[in-house]
Design a protein around this ligand. Structure first.
Ligand SMILES: [Zn+2]
Length: 130
C-alpha cells in the first residue's frame, strides 16, 4: 500500500517524508529521543512524519512530527551534584532568617527582607520569649 505521505526524496514536501510507523531506522522524533534520554541538540530535522488526524475535531488535519538523527542527538543535560547543591542552597536560603539564621518550615517573605516573621525567632518580643 502506497501512501501520499511517502516521499523519501523530499521531492514533494521539500524534506524526506514518511507516513507514521514507517520512520527509517536511525531517525526519531523529539519525544522518542526524550524517551532515550536524548535531545536534538540543535540539529535541523532530517525528515518528517506526516499523517492524517481526525483528532481535535480538525477536518482531516495533517499532523507533522520532525525526525532527528539519533547519531547526532545529544544527551539531555543531567542534574549534576553541583547543580543539585546550588538548588538546595537557594531553597534553603529562602527558609533561613538573614538576621538570626533560624531555618523555618516555610518560605520567608521578601517583604520582611527574609527575616523571621513577627512572633517567631528573632522577631519574638523579649517579654513574650521568656
Ligand atoms: Zn530571625
Amino acid at each position: 500500500m502506497t501512501s501520499k505521505y511517502y516521499d523519501p526524496d523530499g521531492s514533494r514536501y521539500g524534506i524526506p517524508t514518511f507516513p507514521r510507523h514507517l520512520a527509517p531506522a536511525g531517525l526519531a522524533t523529539k519525544s522518542q529521543l526524550r524517551a532515550q534520554g536524548l535531545r536534538p541538540g540543535g540539529q535541523e530535522p532530517a525528515a518528517q512524519l506526516m499523517w492524517r488526524s481526525r483528532a481535535g475535531g480538525s477536518r482531516g488535519g495533517v499532523r507533522i512530527a520532525w525526525l532527528y538523527r539519533i547519531d547526532a542527538a545529544l544527551p539531555v543535560r543531567p542534574m549534576t551534584p553541583a547543580r543539585e547543591r546550588a538548588l538546595a542552597r537557594a531553597l534553603l536560603a529562602r527558609h533561613t532568617c538573614r538576621s538570626c539564621g533560624l531555618v523555618h518550615e516555610y518560605c520567608l517573605p521578601t517583604s520582611l527582607g527574609r527575616t523571621c516573621p513577627p512572633g517567631t525567632g528573632c522577631a519574638t518580643p523579649a517579654d513574650l520569649a521568656a
